[in-house]
Unconditional design. Structure first.
Length: 144
């Protein structure tokens, strides 16, 4: 599988052997992404090839995070030592829809109201005139 950052500066190829992924709810991930959780795919470092290495930020005494310094896309979570695995953000894959969450990590800090939002009203991009019209004016089409 392939993936990368929003602007395309950082790209990767990954050998993926399953559809398993997980949601991390820890405060470090919440702060690093600005979200209530983040979806990760854990994998062996040896199964990942970067076309260009991401920038890295030491986000805690035990880990660093790969990201693109040009567009800000979060890409990885990596322990500083003692692991031959790392986590890639599910959203950075070109085809993220195949992944399925198999577990939660750090439920002690999850935001319970955000776990199941299926009952909330939903609006498609093409149904929102303000957003739709801006996309059409800027690039002539809606985003993929």
């Amino acid at each position: 599988m392939t993936g990368g950052c929003q602007c395309g500066r950082i790209r990767y190829r990954a050998e993926v052997d399953s559809d398993d992924a997980y949601l991390c709810h820890c405060r470090m991930c919440q702060r690093a992404t600005g979200g209530v959780s983040i979806a990760f795919r854990s994998m062996k470092r040896a199964d990942l090839q970067w076309d260009r290495e991401p920038d890295r930020y030491r986000s805690s005494p035990i880990a660093e995070r790969g990201f693109c310094s040009a567009c800000g896309t979060p890409l990885t979570f990596e322990f500083l030592e003692g692991s031959d695995h790392l986590d890639l953000t599910v959203g950075s894959f070109d085809a993220p829809y195949r992944f399925k969450p198999t577990h939660h990590f750090s439920p002690e800090t999850w935001h319970e109201d955000w776990l199941d939002t299926r009952g909330l009203p939903a609006t498609r991009v093409d149904e929102n005139p303000s957003t739709r019209d801006r996309w059409i004016k800027a690039v002539g089409k809606l985003p993929d």
